[in-house]
Design a protein around this ligand. Structure first.
Ligand code: GAL
Length: 689
């Protein structure tokens, strides 16, 4: 049964999903095919106890749904979907093409991806496909068609989950062909390609399209623009496959959300391009409990997810209740940390809390990855915490659909990421996400909400824009940044910004070529600092001292003022940090990796000058975020510290987790959370409880 097509937008589809689920989505991946029928009965009973309203089915089930070529068996899926529906649990149904079955691989061994060094992956894990393989694509789409046909209109079906964590790259013959086709679309002639790729360097000129192929392992360093284009191609080709599946599912179920799941700091796919094709951004997030600051990197990823679709609520598609099984030592989360991480995601705009997975597997690769129900069964700390969180989230339905606003934008751009880390540059250990994190963290610590943007985004709503190592900038992007500053915006750019154009060709005439005009400063030479821990001193214009490590540059000012200069080393006496007035705005340039305190002070001064204030003044490690909309306002206060913290919540409101009124200074337990519903014009009574 196919539902009637009617106009529907991603926002509408998502809104309907949450209305159907009665609020926040709660649940996780469920793999009933791994368990006998009697366990299914226990599963649905425990799901009800835990407040689960959504489970993701069939992610890895292709070999059970199509047991041989064209022989489909949906019987077991029909049964479990029926059982889930009878018990009030909705289904996020996955297309299972992350795992082409053994029979398909036996029929077409060249489905298996080929590494750059020519090694072919063997069967026996997952994501073992070359997305450009015609049979893989055809069989995946046939499966999507079958599933769409069969389950459209099924009362349990709430949303679709396409594939799983798209990402594997192949350098095999199918990828060669598809790459060539992609290049022929991009370049109007082979001459254009030769120019863009600078093939006159090292005599790589192509004289026939047939000579062009994927950048397999070269004898030594290989052409950086060819590799940059390969990154672009692999992201685009996987996205094309996603879109083909999505379009099939959309035809059958026009009103249901369709997503695939993204990964934390995932380099292979340009999630800006991907998110534009999804109904919501959906993230798999596995912070390592061994890392004291794991919540900061998580925060960056959460803000990125919220930003990818311009503030629209996003989904935590997977997280762990306790331990994972992917690191050398898999430490379990401390009691309360799973809850804290879940509220952190909600504070930063998530409307769903889902786990991998419902029941911990007893066999297979991930048998030690925790579940909502672990090996020991439901009489455990973890299941009690799962039930407690489920109970709490039921009361928070009003938060779905609310949004948060930011005045600071940080640029996060996949072209910059790819180009910066191609090697054969002034240093081989450049790490884009660490550069972004370094400039993001001071805002996080100060409770200043941040949106991410890419180099093509509209900047008009922001008072401060930060470019961390934004290495590749198009002329359009440069124009946009100049217009933004000229119109009164404040810009802060760090070293390694604006170095190359979209062909990965250096912008000549002094670094950072693209930004020289707006920065009013230029560098004649890059001076990375060689030694581990090597530092140079910096003196600030107001008489203070600071230090820099890792990166310095021989900088000259044209029009900019000098905020700090190098005070030791070979650049002693030259400017290190500058600020330029450009039109009605200003642009700061950091030519060095300055120490944390200097950076915090500088960014604090910039944001203060832009009139940007924290949500609340809170101690370090206490995160504060506000979500508003639908006539409601929520202030979420999260204590990431291992000790209690005191916070002045000012006028406060009703803590939705306890029902108590909170106002003024409150003590928050270690890892404690407040979800304060603040009084609004349409909800004035909320503090009175
Ligand atoms: C994700 C993946 C899941 C599961 C999980 C835990 O990356 O999508 O299927 O493997 O990690 O490791």
């Amino acid at each position: 049964m196919t539902s009637e097509p009617r106009a529907s937008t991603p926002e509408m589809r998502l809104k309907r999903l949450h209305e159907r689920l009665g609020g926040i989505a709660y649940g996780g991946d469920y793999n009933p095919e791994q368990w006998p029928r009697e366990v299914w009965e226990e599963d649905v009973r425990l799901m009800k106890e835990a407040g689960v309203n959504l489970v993701t089915l069939a992610v890895f089930s292709w070999s059970r749904l199509e047991t041989a070529d064209g022989i489909y068996d949906f019987g077991w899926l029909d049964q479990i979907m029926g059982l889930l529906h009878e018990n009030g649990v909705g289904v996020d149904l996955a297309t299972p093409d992350a795992v082409p079955p053994a029979w398909l691989v036996a029929q077409h061994p060249d489905i298996l991806p080929v590494l750059a060094d020519g090694t072919t992956f063997g069967f026996g894990s997952r994501q073992h496909f070359d997305v450009s393989h015609p049979a893989y694509r055809a069989k995946s789409l046939a499966m999507a068609e079958k599933m769409g046909e069969r389950y459209a209109g099924h009362p349990a079906l709430c949303m679709w989950h396409v594939n799983n964590e798209y990402g594997p790259v192949s350098y095999g013959p199918h990828a060669d062909r598809a790459f060539r086709e992609w290049l022929q679309q991009k370049y109007s002639s082979l001459d254009d390609l030769n120019t863009a790729w600078s093939t006159d360097v090292w005599g790589q000129v192509y004289s026939d399209w047939a000579q062009v192929n994927a950048p397999a392992q070269p004898r030594t360093w290989s052409n950086p623009t060819r590799r940059l284009d390969y990154h672009r191609f692999t992201s685009d080709s996987m996205l094309a496959h996603y879109k083909a599946e999505r379009d099939i599912l959309r035809r059958h179920t026009p009103d249901l959300p369709i997503v695939t799941n993204f990964m934390r700091f995932y380099k292979n796919n340009d999630y800006w391009a991907w998110a534009a094709e999804e109904d919501a951004a959906a993230l798999d997030i596995y912070p390592d409990p061994r890392e004291e600051d794991a919540h900061v990197a998580a925060a960056l990823n959460f803000d990125l997810m919220r930003s990818l679709r311009k503030g629209q609520p996003w989904l935590v598609m997977e997280q762990a209740t306790a331990a994972v099984s992917q690191w050398s030592v898999n430490v379990s989360k401390l009691p309360g940390k799973m809850r804290l991480g879940s509220y952190q995601a909600i504070a930063q705009g998530a409307d769903s809390i889902l786990f991998f997975q419902w029941r911990q597997a007893k066999g297979g690769t991930e048998r030690f990855h925790s579940g909502m129900v672990n090996h020991a069964g439901p009489n455990t700390r973890v299941f009690r915490e799962v039930c407690e969180l489920g109970r709490e989230l039921k009361e928070l339905g009003g938060i779905t659909g609310t949004r948060s606003a930011a005045k600071v934008a940080v640029v996060f751009d996949w072209d910059c990421w790819w180009a910066l880390e191609l090697g054969n540059s002034p240093r081989s250990d450049l790490n884009y996400t660490q550069e972004v994190l370094r400039l993001y963290r001071p805002f996080f610590d100060a409770n200043i909400p941040v949106d991410f943007v890419n180099t093509a985004s509209d900047l008009s709503q922001y008072s401060l824009v930060v470019l961390p190592a934004s290495y590749l900038l198009s002329d359009d992007a440069v124009q946009r940044f100049e217009n933004y500053v000229a119109g009164g915006g404040r810009l802060v750019a760090s070293y390694l910004s604006g170095i190359v154009d979209p062909d990965n060709t250096i912008r000549l005439g002094g670094y950072p070529g693209a930004l020289r005009n707006v920065l009013g400063a230029w560098s004649e030479e890059m001076h990375p600092l060689a030694g581990e821990g090597e530092e140079v001193k910096i003196s600030t214009a107001d008489g203070g001292t600071a230090s820099a490590n890792y990166w310095t540059e021989h900088l000259h000012t044209e029009k900019a003022d000098v905020l700090a200069s190098y005070a030791s080393g070979r650049l002693a006496g030259s400017p290190a940090v500058t600020r330029n007035t450009f039109g009605k705005g200003t642009a700061v340039y950091l030519s060095a990796r300055v120490d944390g305190t200097f950076l915090e002070d500088l960014l604090a001064a910039e944001r203060a000058a832009a009139g940007i204030r924290p949500e609340l003044d809170a101690p370090l490690g206490v995160q504060v975020r506000r979500r508003t909309g639908n006539g409601r306002s929520y202030l979420l206060v999260l204590n990431h510290n291992d000790a209690p913290a005191r916070v002045d919540v000012k006028a406060g409101g009703a803590d939705r987790l306890t029902g108590n009124a909170v106002r003024g200074t409150v003590e928050l337990a270690a890892h404690g959370v407040l979800v304060i519903e603040e009084p609004t014009e349409s909800n004035p009574a909320e503090t009175a409880r």
